[in-house]
Design a protein. Sequence first.
Length: 416
Amino acid sequence: MVNEPVTLADIEAAAERIRGAVLRTPCPPSVALSEITGCEIFCKLDYLQRTGSFKERGARNALLLLSPEQRTRGVIAASAGNHASALSFHGKLLNIPVTVVMPRFAPLMKVRTCERMGARVVSHGDDIGAACEHAMELVRGEQLTYINGFDDPAIIAGQGTMGLEILEQVPQCDAVIVPIGGAGLIAGVSLAMKSLRPSVRVIGVQAEHASSFSASIRAGKPVRVDLQPTLADGLAVPRVGDNAFAIARLRVDLVVSVNEHQIALALLRLVELEKAVVEGAGATPLAACLTGLVPELRGKKVVLPLCGGNIDTNMLGRVIERGLAADGRLCRFTARISDRPGGLARFAALLAEEGASVRNIEHDRAFAGDDLMQVVVHCVIETRDHEHVNRVQERLRREGFHVPVTPDEGVSVSRR
C-alpha cells in the first residue's frame, strides 16, 4: 500500500488543533437554491471565516505544527489573496513573523489587509510563478519556512476539517461539490469524507479558463496548463499540487467545468436568493448545479462549499451585470433606424410595448452606411428573462429592424 502524505488521523488531529481559533461555519439548507436546482441544497458558509475564506483552516494548522525555531525565524508564502490573508491573520495571533510575496498585479486592498495584520509584503513579478521563485530565494537567504497554499500536507489536513464538519452537520448528504484550483481543498475534503463515508460522491468543479486538474487526470500526473482570465481567480493555478493530486485523483468521482457566464450567473443567484456575497471560486459549485452538469444529483442532498467571499468591491458591480446578461435580464443589440423625426420615438415605443426598459442607447451616425437618413443605435435594455428577450427581438424583426440572434452559451463536462 502506498503511503499518502496525509491521513484521516492527520485531519482529525488538525480539527482538534484549530478548534476555537477557526470558525466552525454553519451549513444550513437553502430552500431557494433547492427549488431552482432540483437538488436538496445545503451551503457550507466558509466565507464567514474572519478573513473571508476556508484558507484559515490550513494556515492555522500549518503554523501550529512549526518547531520553536521555525516559529522564531518566521514563514513565507507566495500568494495574491486568501492564503496570504489567512497566514497573516493567524501569524499575528500566534506571534509568528509572516512574509508574503505578491505579484505586482495583486489588488491594493489585499496588500493593505496583509500589512494591517502585521505581515511583511514583498511585491515581485507579473504572476504568481515569479512571486513563488522570489519567495524561494528569500527562503534560502533568510532561512524562512515556506508554506505552500495548497500542497503542504499540513495545509491539506487543515482544509480537510471542512469535510469532517459537513458529515457532522449533514449526516445524510449524498454529494459535495468542491471547487478545484491547486486541489488542496478537494484533496482534504475528499480524504475526510471518503474515509468515513465512501458512498458520498465527491464532485470537483473547475473554471474552464483554469482546468489544470482535468488536464492532470488525463495525463496521469500533474501538468501545467495555460491560464486565461477568470472570475474565479482563486482557482487560477497553472499546475495542481503533487500531494494534493495524489490524494484527490483516487477519491474524486467526477470533474466538471463551468464557463465565465455560468460563474457570473451563480454569483448573481447567491446575491439575490441567499444574500451571500462570495467570490467567483465560491460560486462555482452552484454554477455546476444551475447548468445541469450533475443531473444524477436531482433530489439528492448536496452540499455546496461557499469557500470564499473576498471579491473585489469594484469588481462586484461588473460581475452582477454579467450575471444579469447571462440571465437574460440585460440585452445588448444594434439596430438601424430612421434618422428622421419620430424614428427614435417609434423604436422606443416598440420596446415599451413589449415591456422592455431602455438602460442605455447611443447613436452612431458616422458609421451608419450610405443612407444619410438612417442611423445605427446601440442599445442595452432590461428584460425579464431569455424568453422575454426573444419576444422583444421577434417584435423588432417583424417591424423591419435587424437584430442578430444571441448565441447560446455552451457547457463542458469531463467524466472519468
